[in-house]
Design a protein around this ligand. Sequence first.
Ligand code: G3I
Length: 365
Amino acid sequence: MVAALRPGRRHLLAAAATVAGALPAQATEGLRSIAARHGVTYGCAVQADWLQTDAVYAAAIAREAAALVPEGGAKWWDLRPAEGRFDFSALDAITGFAAKHGQVVRGHTLVWHAAMRPWTEAALEAGPARARRELEAHLDGVLGHAAGSIRDWDVANEAVADPWNSTELLKDSPWLRALGPAYLDLAFRLARARDLGLTLTYNDYGCEHDTPHDAEKRRRVLALVRGMLDRGVPIDAVGLQGHLHRDAAFSAPALASFVRSLRDLGLAVLITELDVIEPPEPSDPAPRDAAAAAITHAFVSTVLEAGGRAVLTWGITDPYSWANTEPAMARADGLPGRPLPLDAGFRPKPMWHALARAFAGQPWP
Ligand code: G3I
């Protein structure tokens, strides 16, 4: 019977068998439905090429996530490979997958200091008029193309300066140099003008922990969004990336107070890029996973209790995480990092269970 099938059909059957064989029984219900039962949206970052080439990965994304965000694919680097040209291929692959699996897609990111081709950087250096033209063309092209598939955009990403190397509010950036500090207001206003119904989000890292740097970053992010609101700038949400440092200090009251301050301004708060970055010790996976689960549960529970309603992890399975693919993130002992809910065999780790319990409002043992 199988021999009579066309090769493409045989490939599909083989892929289905691999998926079934790779998944343990306890993963038959994904985080997406567990979260949904408790009024929470769970999702994760995805890469288009893995969705297209790795059937086990694609099945895990379909099962676990109700929301997708392109890890790459919606950055200037991907969308604007050359002057005057747009490339929507990766983004379309992701929105197409999402449509098929009943998932929503967040856009990431319209304005960022990184992930731009040399032609874009040169255009921004050519003066404010050219920079504004490029920004408007980008918003026209991208928001127009994705209007039917993406309703929530990170309009600006990581614009606030890091307290450990700057006393300024805003980080140095080609956009800041081209358009001055008003570039953020401009980006949000232009986005709203193009599509009144979009959720416009400011996204940043470094606000999660109980350290002097994180406390100062929280203060700066609050100052930024308060200023925007005072100036009548349309902003709807703040994304807390949640790249947690496994052993860094954490204070639920400090984080909850920050989230509540944002909520009091009328802003939605969501976790956008959750993962757990490890220090070099120890090497045994069991204590590493236990510690990662504990801080994940504390962080997610705190944000949800303070009014957050969406949680996205920055990937789903350890080997595909930037913590393992970016050479600069490598552990000193050469062991792979374990930052995400599923392990290399797509089995749920303690972090997966920590998320499930946090979504349900249950304590972490
Ligand atoms: O696509 C090119 C490929 O054509 C080229 O041959 C190859 C050689 O370097 O590079 C490929 O690009 C890589 C790209 O990811 C592909 O998706 C870049 O090297 C690599 O640096 C890039 O890294 C991404 C990074 O953002 C920069 O865009 C990471 O995967 C992604 O996880 C990371 O995500 C960021 C968020 O956007 C913002 N918050 C922090 C987070 C982690 O750094």
